[in-house]
Structure formats: structure tokens, C-alpha cells
Design a protein around this ligand. Structure first.
Ligand code: FE2
Length: 257
């Protein structure tokens, strides 16, 4: 594909190939089949795609392999990614006196509240052995407000241009909005934390279906999203800051140590 593109002066952008290998069950151990999942950029035209597909069939390596290994190829043209965006609903402090803080925790349209208390360094949802797990909602928008301590949220969305976000959430940042379809997980420090979620639920909300953890074990797309360097969100100098690792690796090292 690279040679074909170069000959025609095409810039292909990012192409990813995921390969699953299946070994033989009977007889001497060898590779039985390879399944290739080829992801191509969304702006590739139909005739370009045709040329590239033809080029893979002319590959000399393929000719050698074809006799002994079954090769299945699946072509996907990725959809254009949506721009990632996060909202924080500000809290309105009514009154603050020594040792007393009195504020409005309400979120417009909220029709359900839940409280999640972490006693110590807990993680929601807990890991599935060595794999992380995430919640995702289909009929609920979360608005997570820290009442006590601090909570680190990890958000994953393969459909975003920036698919991985880490939010060091404290009370001053307001309620973190987590839209429908965003995979999320949260973790507390050793002192634990308390979070109030002022949710907006639609009429199809069913608590039995809404809080089922999704394991990274079964989701290559989420593992890929997690491997992308994250965008960090934190409270700094009286405002919410958004930082990307590439532009601020020193800070990343500082907060991770
Ligand atoms: Fe949630």
C-alpha cells in the first residue's frame, strides 16, 4: 500500500492494522489463520481505496503465505472523529463562614441523585483481574460533584479526536458532566472521597442495565483509546486547566510522582 501511494503521490495519513492470530489445535503447532482489521482514514476516496486493496493482493509476501495460512482481511474506513469536550457545572456558594460552607449543589434538569462513598483508595468499578473496568450509561448523564476529598476520573471515548481524559476533580471545579456513551472510571486517594451525582435520566433508564461494568479485556477499541496520551484537567490557580502531556511532560511527571 505504501509503494502504491508513493507512486501516485498520495498522503495516506494514519493506517492501523490489528492482527489476530489463531493457532492450530490438532497436529504440530503452527499458525492456522490470521485475521487483519485494517483501519483507513475517513478522507480516502473510493478509487484510492480500490487501488490500495488491489496492491495488497499483489504483495509477494502474501503469495508465500497464502498456501499455508488462511488470511482474512476486513477493511474499515474510520468515521471522522468528533471533537472532545467536557463540561463542568459550577457550584454557587451561598455563604461561607469559618468552618462552614453552604452551596447550591443542584443541576438543571436533574431527576436522580446518587452518592458514591470511597472508604480509602477505592476504585469504581473495581478491576477485572489485571484489566480495568469502566461504566458507560445509555440513558443517564452524570454530573459528579466532589463533596469530600478528591476523585480522579478517567474518561474514554474512541469516537473523540482526543479519546483519553484524566480529571483530578475537586469541589471547586464544580460538577463534572459525563455524557451518554462515555466510558468512565474513578479512583480515590488513601483518604477516600465522597461524590454526589446529580443525574439526568431519560424515560428508558433502568438501574439493572445502567451500571454494568465493561472490562478492557473484551474491548480492543477501549484499550487503544487508553494507550493514547491523556488530556489532563485540574484545578490550578483559581481555574480549571486543561493540559496535554506532549506539551507539559514535566508537569505530568510531577503529578504522577
Ligand atoms: Fe456514571
Amino acid at each position: 500500500m505504501g509503494i502504491t501511494a508513493k507512486e501516485r503521490g498520495w498522503k495516506l495519513g494514519e493506517i492501523t492494522v490489528e492482527i489476530d492470530k489463531k493457532m492450530t489445535i490438532h497436529g504440530p503447532r503452527k499458525i492456522e489463520s490470521l485475521s487483519l482489521n485494517i483501519d483507513l482514514p475517513s478522507d480516502l476516496k473510493a478509487d484510492q481505496l480500490k487501488f490500495l486493496q488491489k496492491a495488497t493482493k499483489d504483495c509477494p509476501v502474501l503469495r508465500n503465505l497464502r498456501g499455508s495460512i488462511k488470511i482474512n482481511v476486513k477493511w474499515n474506513q474510520s468515521k471522522k472523529k468528533k471533537k472532545s469536550s467536557l463540561n463542568f457545572i459550577p457550584t454557587n456558594v451561598f455563604r461561607e463562614t469559618p468552618q462552614v460552607k453552604f452551596f447550591d449543589a443542584g443541576v438543571k434538569g436533574s431527576n436522580g441523585s446518587d452518592v458514591v462513598i470511597h472508604h480509602g483508595a477505592a476504585i469504581s468499578p473495581p478491576d477485572d483481574d489485571e484489566f480495568e473496568q469502566y461504566y458507560v450509561h445509555h440513558h443517564q448523564i452524570d454530573h459528579n460533584l466532589v463533596l469530600q476529598g478528591s476523585r480522579t476520573f478517567t474518561l474514554l471515548n474512541p469516537e473523540w479526536d482526543e479519546p483519553h481524559h484524566v480529571i483530578y476533580l475537586n469541589q471547586k471545579m464544580g460538577a463534572l458532566e459525563i455524557p451518554i456513551g462515555i466510558y468512565h472510571q474513578s479512583v480515590s486517594g488513601p483518604e477516600g472521597s465522597m461524590v454526589l451525582n446529580q443525574a439526568v435520566r431519560d424515560s428508558d433508564f433502568d438501574p439493572n442495565k445502567e451500571f454494568v461494568p465493561v472490562s478492557l479485556r473484551d474491548r480492543a477499541d477501549l484499550r487503544r483509546a487508553k494507550s493514547v496520551p491523556p488530556v489532563f484537567w485540574m484545578w490550578d490557580d483559581g481555574r480549571i486547566r486543561r493540559l496535554k502531556v506532549g506539551s507539559f511532560s514535566g508537569f505530568y511527571k510531577k503529578i504522577m510522582s
